[in-house]
Ligand binder design. Structure first.
Ligand code: NAD
Length: 471
């Protein structure tokens, strides 16, 4: 049963009280044996495995996300993260010896990984289970206590997370506070040892400002406009299928979804034809229509629906053509897979993060033109290159900066346990997942051990007496 205290209306006093308890607990966690962390992770794993149906139902109630999509994008990545941590934790946490240079002769040095302490995780709504519980896995693996603030926009999933945490942990280990901006802002006043925030760049700035007051370290997992570049050497059928999946899964509300396509004019027509076929095959395979399809989710709320409607209208007013989709149904917050061409450079859809199932396809004239377009915008969270030209691939890899790159693939890197996940500048800072998540929640503490009666530094101890003239 959940702890009834978890359901209570919380206030700043409650936050401070829980914070105080967690701080006391965090001090004891520094010296506990590693298998206590393992036990916590296993409890979490067991709960998730037993309650898959409840997780599917909660996310479905929030935005009609299909059960299998919940498995693939919410449950499976978290279970993978837990299993990966359980497999590697002993090795991750082991102090790592480092070599000594000649100037450090006689010393032995190593790096210890100590828990940061009390951590705050603030999560977004778009993968409401994955992006709240995934970072929690890293925080627990690194030996921290955690206050978790899920998104207010996914009420059912956030309530389920609260009840899950109440079932598994004591409030000095992990505690959930549900609520909106006010709860988030109140929590941000506390002097956490680390804040892990996933959300928009605009809110990321607020979080970083608040963290600065306490000199708290931050990991910021933000968003942006991730381009997909399709050149004339691309396998168009394969490319269109992968982009249709990466763009329209989760109803386009994915931080690493291809935001817009930059395409060579020679393959534009074929690409759009194949995109239409792939979208039908993936999300409307029985031909009943996307709105009737059980495989297609919905826009999270009316605000986002209206925002997307506004982006499409603005583009069309400025001359864009809707070549696929476009028939929105506001009562159902339904937007079908929609593709725009001939989009004016100053259309808002080419400036703001889209975060919905609307894909502008923009022609380019040369790879230099592509590089300039990407570099004229803030650094994206991901960049996708589809093609078989080593020259183009090298040019793009060398001349652009982004949180990640996939070649002939999109979105999938998120699930790779051995790759660091994160953005750069406007799309984020710090990395997560696997070893990198463990590091985000650890202080890498260098320890240098010297022999008694010996130090190479003695040669430069004062008095100097002009001995060091030549340095
Ligand atoms: P958001 O920034 O609006 O909200 C995220 C969290 O911050 C929520 O829990 C919310 O309650 C809280 N919050 C909102 N305003 C706040 C404020 N002024 N002060 C303090 N806290 C505040 O983001 P969202 O709409 O939930 O998610 C969409 C955004 O997140 C997109 O930009 C997307 O690209 C990004 N995102 C990034 C990743 C990633 O891993 N890099 C993953 C998912 C989503």
């Amino acid at each position: 049963m959940s702890d009834p205290n978890h359901q209570k209306e919380a206030s700043i006093d409650t936050y401070s009280e829980v914070f105080r308890k967690q701080r006391a607990k965090a001090l004891t966690l520094r010296t506990e044996r590693l298998n206590e962390r393992t036990k916590r992770l296993k409890k979490l794993q067991l709960w998730i495995e037993k309650n898959q149906k409840a997780i599917q139902d909660a996310v479905y109630r929030d935005f009609k996300k299909p059960a299998l999509e919940v498995n693939i994008t919410e449950i499976y990545p978290v279970l993978t993260e837990i299993k990966h941590a359980l497999l590697h934790l002993k090795n991750w946490a082991k102090p790592k010896k480092v070599d000594a240079p000649v100037s450090m002769l006689g010393t032995t040095s190593f790096i210890r990984y100590e828990p940061k302490g009390v951590c705050l995780i603030i999560a977004p709504w778009n993968f409401p289970f994955n992006l709240a519980v995934g970072p929690l896995v890293s925080a627990l693996a690194a030996g921290n206590t955690v206050i978790l603030k899920p998104s207010e926009m996914t009420r059912y999933t956030s309530e389920l997370i609260d009840s899950m945490i109440g079932d598994i942990f004591t409030e000095d280990e992990v505690r959930v506070f549900n609520g909106g901006v006010d709860v988030s802002q109140a929590l941000l006043q506390l002097p956490f040892d680390h804040i892990f925030f996933t959300g928009s760049p605009a809110v990321g700035k607020h979080v970083m400002r608040a963290a600065a007051e306490n000199l708290t370290s931050v990991t910021l997992e933000l968003g942006g406009k991730s381009p997909a570049i399709v050149d004339e050497t691309a396998n168009i059928k394969d490319t269109a299928e992968k982009i249709a999946w990466g763009k329209f899964i989760n109803n386009g509300q994915t931080c690493v979804a291809p935001d817009y396509v930059l395409i060579h004019p020679l393959v534009k027509g074929a690409f759009i034809d194949q995109l239409k076929l792939a979208s039908q095959r993936l999300f409307n395979h029985d031909g009943q229509g996307f709105q009737q399809s059980k495989d297609y989710a919905r826009i999270i709320n009316n605000n986002h629906f209206n925002r997307l409607d506004g982006l499409i209208k603005d583009a069309v007013e400025k001359g864009a053509n809707i070549v696929m989709g476009g028939n929105l149904v506001s009562e159902d917050r339904f937007i079908p897979p929609t593709v725009l061409t001939d989009v004016a450079e100053d259309a808002r859809i080419l400036e703001e993060e889209i975060f919905g199932p609307v894909l502008p396809v923009v022609e380019y004239s040369s790879i230099e033109d592509v590089i300039q377009t990407v570099n004229n915008k803030p650094k994206p969270l991901a960049l996708y290159y589809f093609g078989q030209s080593n020259k183009n691939k090298r040019a793009i890899l060398n001349a652009t900066s982004s949180g990640a790159v996939c070649i002939n693939e999109c979105v999938l890197h998120f699930n790779h346990p051995n790759l660091p996940f994160g953005g750069v500048n406007n799309s984020g800072m710090g990395k997560s997942h696997g070893w990198y998540g463990f590091l985000a929640f650890s202080n890498e503490k260098p320890v240098l051990r010297q022999r008694i009666g010996f130090t190479t530094t003695k040669t430069v101890y004062p008095p100097y007496n002009n001995r060091v003239k030549s340095i």
